[in-house]
Design a protein around this ligand. Structure first.
Ligand SMILES: Nc1ncnc2c1ncn2[C@@H]1O[C@H](COP(=O)(O)OP(=O)(O)O)[C@@H](O)[C@H]1O
Ligand SMILES: [Mg+2]
Length: 294
């Protein structure tokens, strides 16, 4: 097959085969051999993934479709709620002025406050669609530093955020404000989950020749947000990116949904591995696309 590949008889071939690996014995691997034409000649790349990982990637694509449908539904619902809500608030305000006593006014104040809270929620649901993206050159470490200082201001007592940056990572093209929001939402969740001795690590790395939602990507940024808190409650683990899924009494369950929307708009992916003592959110954003579709 190698000689077929080097004489360019195909662009890309995918096989499932057993590989004998030292230490691990026979392992079933999904193997993709791709041919790239580069300036210096024909380059072959071999991508090996464990079948379990492949299943995970397939599930990711399926989930992305599902999430898209869910979001569409949610957005329509949010629009439907927005208009009558304005009416309810306006009427409560008028009534508030007419009421003879402060005691009665307490009730109208409850209506107004709760209407405002719902309004805030609805605004968050609509947020990903409200503003046009501004694509510019973004340095991911500037984004991380901004989030770090915002979070240290928000949690003044004892929050530790360490950095483990690969400063050779080139700038990427993206919407700076959206990327700040993504990292902020993930880091804020980590900070909220931590108690006492906890710490958060922001870790940036280069990823080469990866596949994101079936698209080949020559170079990508991997940003890990790792905390040593209690981990995502088991019953939520599969669903944390869904809207309105929250493990906190005050939570709206929209932070990760929004983060995922923004990451998808950048052609990237967001994923999490979590167990008690270690939660690792991976934000992967393409820097250079290209390569051969597998
Ligand atoms: N680093 C983390 N550690 C533990 N739990 C987490 C972490 N990140 C997210 N979660 C869980 O995921 C839920 C959903 O997060 P999010 O979508 O931001 O909504 P919210 O913060 O409003 O609850 C959180 O309520 C929390 O239970
Ligand atoms: Mg949150």
């Amino acid at each position: 097959m190698l000689s077929q590949a080097s004489s360019q008889m195909f662009e890309s071939k995918r096989l499932q085969c057993g590989w004998q690996l030292p230490m691990r014995g026979l392992v079933e691997l999904d193997s993709t051999l791709s041919v790239h034409l580069e300036e210096e000649g024909v380059v072959l790349s071999l991508e090996l993934r464990e079948i379990a990982q492949q299943r995970k990637a397939d599930r990711e694509v399926h989930q992305a479709d599902l999430t898209h449908a869910n979001k569409e539904l949610l957005r329509n619902l949010a629009h439907e709620i927005k208009n009558p809500l304005g009416g309810v608030r306006g009427a409560a305000q008028l009534l508030d002025r007419e009421l003879p006593s402060d005691e009665l006014r307490e009730y109208t104040q409850v209506i107004i406050k709760e209407a405002d809270r719902l309004q805030g929620l609805v605004d968050q649901m609509l947020a990903p669609h409200r503003r046009l993206r501004v694509m510019e050159s973004v340095n991911i470490h500037e984004v991380c530093e901004r989030v770090r200082s915002l979070m240290l201001a928000e949690f003044p007592s004892g929050l530790v955020i360490k950095r483990d940056y690969d400063i050779s990572i080139p700038d990427l093209r993206g919407d700076r404000e959206q990327l700040i929001q993504v990292v902020l939402n993930v880091v804020r969740n980590a900070a909220e989950a931590l108690t006492g001795e906890g710490e958060i690590v922001l870790c940036s790395r280069i990823a080469r020749q990866v596949t994101i939602s079936k698209k080949r990507c020559r170079l990508a940024l991997d940003l890990h947000v790792i905390d040593n808190g209690p981990g995502i409650p088991e019953e939520l683990r599969e669903r944390v990116f869904y809207p309105l899924v929250s493990g906190r009494p005050q939570g709206h369950g929209l932070g990760l949904t929004l983060a995922q929307s923004y990451v998808h708009q950048h052609g990237g992916l967001i994923d999490v591995e979590s167990r008690p003592g270690r939660t690792d959110f991976l934000i992967r954003i393409p820097i250079e696309s290209g390569g051969v579709t597998s």
